[in-house]
Every structure is written in C-alpha cells, then in structure tokens.
Write a protein that binds this ligand. Structure first.
Ligand SMILES: *Cc1c(COP(=O)(O)O)cnc(C)c1O
Length: 381
C-alpha cells in the first residue's frame, strides 16, 4: 500500500486512515466469489467497523448486516441498510433491543438461549408479530485461535449446545409468535486454516438430518464469520482468500434445494483497508532497550493489549537507512501499552510518521477515552 505521506503531515495524529479503493476491491471479490454459488448471501459483521463511509460502501455493494446490539441495528438502519437484510445476534439482548428490532422488522434474530426464545415470543405476541429466528448452536469446534476470540467451544457462553437443540426446536414449535427459519453458528475469529470450518460443515450436515426428522424445513443456514487476514504481510495479501473460503463450504455443506447459506464476515472485509497513523513523540534510550514512543496507544488500538495481537509497524518517513532494534510503545499508563518488542526499524527520530497496519477491523471501534484521551478521527481517501 502506498500512503499519501505529504497529506498525513498536515493532519493531527493519531488517526485512522482508510483506503477506499482497497475496500471496494475487497467487496468486489466477495461479490464475485460468493456469487458463484446460488443462495450464498453475505452479511457484514458491523462490530468490526462502523465508519459511515465504510458502511455506505458496504451497503452499496449489496451486503446485509449482522448486528450484536440495538445500537448496531440503529446504526445500520440509519446507514440505509434495509431491515430485511439485518440479522441480530448476541447472548444478552435487552427487552428494548428486541422491541426495537421487532418494530423495524429485521430479517432474523439469532437466538442464543431458551429464556431468550421465550422473551422474544412474549414481546412479539404483545405486538402481534411473528419473530423470525435462527437458533444459534454451539458446535463445539475448536478454531485454534486466541482464546478471547474463540466462541464455538462447550465452555464458551455463546449459543446452545447440540444436545439440547432437539428440545429447543420442540419448544419453538409450541411458541405461536416464533418462526424458526434457520440454524446459526459462529466458531471464532481470525481463522487462516479452513479445517475448523470443514469440521463445522460435518456437524451441520448431521444436525440438518436431525432437524428434518422433526418435520422442520430450514430456509437458511448461517455459518457466521471468522475468516482471518494476514497481519504479517498486508502488502502481499491485501485481500483474504474468499475464493477458497466459499468453495470449501460449497463442497462440504449439504444444502437442501432452495436453502440459503448466510455468512457474517467482519474482519476479512475491512481489516486490510485501515491503518492507524501516528507520530513519534520521543526516542528514548533505556538501560537495555531503545523505545519508540508514539502518540497512539492502547486507547486507540487495543488489540495488542487485549489479544496479544501484532500489527505490522512501518516507519513511513524514514523508509531507508540503517536498521535499529526498538520497542514500540504508546503513551498510556499501562505496561501492556506496547505495539511491538524488538522491532527492526530504520533509524527513527522524533516527528517520524508510523503506520500500524491491518487496523481496519476491531481498531477504531474499540477505541476509548481512557486517560481522558480523545478518540482518533478517521480519514478516508
Ligand atoms: C463477531 C461476529 C462475527 C464476525 O466475525 P469475524 O471474525 O470478524 O468475521 C460474525 N458473527 C457473529 C455472531 C459475531 O459475533
């Protein structure tokens, strides 16, 4: 990626920079690859990034959205997504969130427990509406990713276990204001190996057989998101391998005639189009280390502190020159406010502009006011 570095020099740092052209190319790839298979429909997992320009591009490309809060449903409706393309997941939907979604007439609630199913039924009955729901099933598949982004194991709070699914379906059939339209799954995030998705497919094939013996015909299967992106080599792999991802499902999942397959992709859509742009405040000689102290910290990008994630660190101003070893840190009063240890970087000086790459997903949206800092702005070019 080439950065408009002269422009950056005029802008107050830190800020998030988004490359619209790369996002458009990514969306075109998703449309082309998913479009090869009839019934494949992609929703964007809004929690990855809600920048208005990004949401607008995604809406224009025809994707729907996957929300995990009433606030996100609101944001999507305001961004112009039709309610018929909005699905709503989450283990703790509050009554007002359910009511708001019922009023808007969203496509589907992804229901994560029996008590939630009963509450949605009651609230829908009070409005004389039928709520369309998919049951979120925890398929007990290990995605081999960081434990904080693992969601489909027995020990995780998400979904209902496979063994109680028959009971939940039997209950749902007795609830008059509920229509079960599908099954929903989401096993975790940042998966670069397709194997866990393949295991998920075989679980779903078994479950579909069981569901059919109960006389239920599912309109759709929703396999969630989780496709990862290459944080180490953003320039070599700017667009995740959507072709292989969709082909794997097409090959392994036994969809019924007319059945739709839904995806909820977050990270893989927006990760590579964003970078956190920051300035070097100081280069500090410690006793055993040299520190590059940036004006961006964990309040701007929390993934390294939260998930031990690593974003590629690039000095945009001093691209050439002798290489030095630095720890790259933020200004926040926390020892976890570190972006990289023993980074090999060109000799760095106060005022140099850095890019923390692959920060389009779970970056700006997770920024906070910790230490009474301002949240970073976004710059879209
Ligand atoms: C977060 C989330 C997603 C998106 O996950 P990515 O790894 O960003 O693709 C999809 N579905 C649900 C239910 C989620 O919570």
């Amino acid at each position: 990626m080439t950065f408009p570095i002269e422009k950056f020099k005029e802008i107050q740092t830190p800020f998030y920079y988004y490359d619209k052209a790369l996002l458009s190319e990514t969306l075109d790839t998703i449309k082309r690859e998913a479009g090869k298979y009839p019934g494949f429909k992609v929703h964007y997992a809004v929690k990855a990034n809600v920048d208005p320009i990004i949401l607008n591009l995604i809406n224009q490309s025809g994707l729907g959205c996957d929300c995990v809060s009433g606030g996100e449903v609101d944001v999507c409706l305001k961004a112009g997504f039709p309610a018929s393309k909005i699905v709503f997941a989450g283990v703790g939907k509050a009554d007002w969130e359910i009511n708001q979604a019922l009023e808007a007439g969203i496509a589907c609630f992804n229901v994560e427990s029996i008590p939630e199913l009963e509450v949605i039924n009651q609230l829908a009955a009070a409005k004389d509406k039928i709520a369309r729901v998919a049951i979120r099933v925890n398929p007990n598949v290990d995605p081999h990713t960081h434990k904080y982004i693992t969601t489909g194991l027995d020990e995780n709070k998400f979904g209902i276990s496979m063994s109680v699914l028959p009971d939940v379906l039997d209950l749902a059939l007795t609830l008059r204001n509920i229509k079960v339209t599908g099954l929903h799954f989401h096993i975790g995030s940042q998966l670069l190996d397709l194997e866990p998705f393949s295991i998920l497919c075989s679980r779903i094939n078994d479950l579909q057989n069981m569901v059919e013996t109960r006389g239920i015909r599912l309109e759709s299967i929703n396999v969630g998101g989780g496709l990862g992106c290459d944080y180490d080599n953003p320039d070599e792999n700017p667009i995740p391998d959507f072709a292989a991802f969709f082909a794997n499902y097409a090959k392994l999942l036994k969809l019924r005639p007319g059945q739709e397959l839904h995806f909820e992709l977050g990270r893989s859509v927006v990760c590579q189009c964003g970078s956190l742009i920051t300035r070097v405040l100081y280069v500090k000689e410690g006793l055993r280390k040299k520190f590059v102290i940036l004006d961006a910290g964990m309040s701007d990008l929390i993934r390294p502190a939260l998930y031990q994630a690593h974003h590629k660190i690039q000095n945009l101003t001093a691209a050439e020159g002798s290489v030095e070893t630095y720890d790259v840190v933020g200004p926040i009063c926390e020892s976890s406010d570190v972006f990289g240890t023993d980074e090999q970087l060109p000799e760095t000086h106060r005022g140099d502009i850095f890019a923390l790459r692959s920060a389009g997903a779970y970056g700006q949206i997770m920024s906070s006011n910790y230490n009474c800092r301002r949240t970073p702005a976004s710059v879209v070019l």
